[in-house]
Design a protein around this ligand. Sequence first.
Ligand code: UDP
Length: 219
Amino acid sequence: MSNQIYAIYGASGCGRSLMPVARQQLQRQGVAAEIYFIDDSLQEEKIVNGHTAVNYQTFKSIECSNKYVLIAIANSQIREKIANQLIADGIKLWSVQADNSVIMDNVEISEGAALSPFVSITSNIKIGKCFHANLYSYVEHDCVIGDYVTFAPGVKCNGNIRIEDHAYIGAGAVIKQGTPDKPLVIGKGAVVGMGAVVTKSVAAGVTVVGNPARILERK
Ligand code: UDP
C-alpha cells in the first residue's frame, strides 16, 4: 500500500489547467507520488493528459493511508458539497500554488486553495477554504476573503476589501480599494461580471456589471 496519493477533482477546464500546477508543487516538495484526476462523469478509468482519471467511488476504493485532493471545479457550491464529502470520508483538502506565485507577509490561507501561475497575494491577508485564484489575479494588502470564493483570470482585488463566502469575481474585474475603517465589501454569493470596475460595496447575492459596476436587473 503506497503511503500517499494525490488527486485533482474535476477533469474539465479548471482541473486540466491546475494539474500542471499540482505537478510543480509535488516536484518542488520532492514528493514522488501519482496524481489522479477524479471525475464523476467517468464510468470507467481513462487517461487524461497523461494522468489516470477515475470516478470518486473508484478513487475512494484505492488503498492508501493518506489521500489529498484539490477540488478544481469553478462552481463554488459544488466545491463546498465535494469538500464536505471528502472531509466526511477522511480525505484531506489539498492546496496547490504555482512556482511563480507570490505570497508576502502574514498571509493565512485555509485548506484547499488553488493559486494559478502569476498570482500574487501581498501582505496581511486572510483567505478561507477552497479559494481559487486563477491566472494573473492579485489580492492586495489587508483583504479578508471568505470560503469558496472564486477569482477568474486577471482579477485585481485592491487593498482593504472584504469578500464574503461564495462570491465569484469575473475575468479582468477591478475592485476599488477600501479603507481600514470602511472596507469595500463584496457580499455573500455576489457575482462580479468580467471586466467590471467595482467602485462601491456590492450586496449579497446580486450580480454587478460594467464601469462603474451596476446591478444587473434580470428581465
Ligand atoms: N464534476 C464531478 N462531480 C460533481 C460535479 C462535477 O466530477 O459532483 C465534474 C464534471 O463531470 C466536470 C467538472 O467537474 O468534468 C466540472 O467541469 P466544468 O466544465 O463544468 O467547469 P470547470 O470547473 O472545469 O470550469
